[in-house]
Write a protein that binds this ligand. Structure first.
Ligand SMILES: [Zn+2]
Length: 159
């Protein structure tokens, strides 16, 4: 299972060595050392559903969807900085969209649920589910990637 997971990751800069695979596999789990009840105590029910149970907020409902203040979007679970306002763009998709994450802030996993092949993105620090990355859609951005992030998974800091 471990090797399968690694081969499905799309990160050209990553090595596919078994040692690295193990590190990738364990990091989010190790860092997220809170129990379910501890997470429930610090998150709202909707944050818990999205961050810890990989839910998706309804499109168009996040206050961050069309939010373009200068600042940094942090993980709503562990407060790690995830995205800067400089990488946010209007994708029209109904969720906050970014063309790149702060380096090292998010990890990617292949997600084959719902009969689709998608790339899930999670907070590298606590493993919280953020959303998905879509590539090659033709957006006029430096990466042509759309990090489609649930607003409820983030907390904006204006400095
Ligand atoms: Zn986090």
């Amino acid at each position: 299972m471990l090797s399968r997971r690694v081969f499905l990751l799309r990160r050209p800069l990553l090595s596919f060595s078994p040692r690295f695979a193990q590190r990738l596999h364990t990091t989010p789990l190790k860092m997220s050392n809170k129990s379910e009840s501890e997470w429930r105590a610090i998150l709202t029910p909707e944050q818990f559903r999205v961050l810890r149970q990989k839910g998706t907020e309804a499109p168009g409902t996040s206050a961050y969807n069309k939010h373009y203040e200068k600042g940094v979007y942090h993980c709503a679970g562990c407060d790690a900085p995830l995205y800067t306002s400089d990488t946010k763009f209007n994708s029209g998709c109904g969720w906050p969209a970014f063309f790149d994450a702060i380096p090292g802030a998010v990890v990617r996993h292949e997600d084959n649920t719902l009969g689709m092949k998608r790339i899930e993105i999670c907070c590298a620090k606590c493993g919280g589910h953020l959303g998905h990355v879509f590539q090659g859609e033709g957006f006029d951005t430096p990466t042509d990637e759309r990090h489609c992030v649930n607003g409820v998974s983030m907390r904006f800091h204006d400095k």
